[in-house]
Design a protein. Structure first.
Length: 210
């Protein structure tokens, strides 16, 4: 027998009405207590060639050896998978950061210290990521002179951009907006990678120790 009209389920007004996030029994605080440290995100911003990924890799190795639960999210890595459909226009970059921010937030909620290495050249994009992640978000500016970045050019991207092979490349075809209120500034033009690594390790221990 067909149900009466007034017994039929009401149709949702939007997709959001049908979404119900899962909330498990193991909270973020419980995970942090079990792991022995707070979780959160260190967002490393800076020009290509400034040393973001190099420092992140060194810090991850050092903290892992000391018992921290730590993971890296890298721009190039995500663009080969989750974000490979995105271009390097302003809109593409904003969506790249939005998706990455959501992933970083999930990692942080599961107890990880996340080292997110992204050029993220604009204030607006970095602020949107901060709003997504919320608790324990720290912005670290890996600062280097553009001439040093060009001379290093580990991926050959500056050379390619200068000859028109890459459009909208930060530092050549697109401006980089330096953070005005970074939680930490790491200068790789005036300090060695070892010194910069220890600077970030000390910052993390000061802010993530229970």
């Amino acid at each position: 027998m067909k149900p009466a009209i007034n017994e039929l389920p009401k149709l949702s007004n939007s997709v959001e009405d049908d979404i119900h996030p899962h909330h498990g029994f193991i909270t973020r605080d419980k995970r942090n207590t079990e792991l022995g440290h707070k979780s959160g995100v260190i967002w490393l911003t800076g020009l290509s060639g400034s040393g973001k990924s190099t420092i992140a890799n060194q810090v991850e190795r050092m903290l892992f050896q000391q018992g921290f639960t730590v993971s890296i999210l890298d721009g190039d890595t995500l663009r080969t998978g989750l974000n490979k459909d995105l271009d390097f226009t302003k809109e593409g970059r904003e969506e790249n950061l939005r998706r990455t921010g959501e992933v970083a937030a999930l990692f942080a909620k599961s107890g990880h210290i996340v080292l997110a290495s992204f050029i993220s050249p604009h204030h607006k994009g970095r602020e949107s990521v901060k709003n997504i992640i919320g608790e324990n978000f720290y912005l670290a500016h890996v600062d280097a002179d553009i001439d040093d970045c060009i001379s290093r050019d580990p991926k050959g991207l500056y050379k390619k951009a200068m000859f028109g092979g890459i459009e909208n490349f930060t530092g050549v075809g697109q401006d980089y907006e330096k953070p005005q209120q970074a939680d930490l500034t790491i200068n790789t033009s005036g300090n060695s990678i070892a010194e910069c690594t220890m600077q970030l390790v000390s910052f993390i221990k000061s802010n993530f120790t229970l």
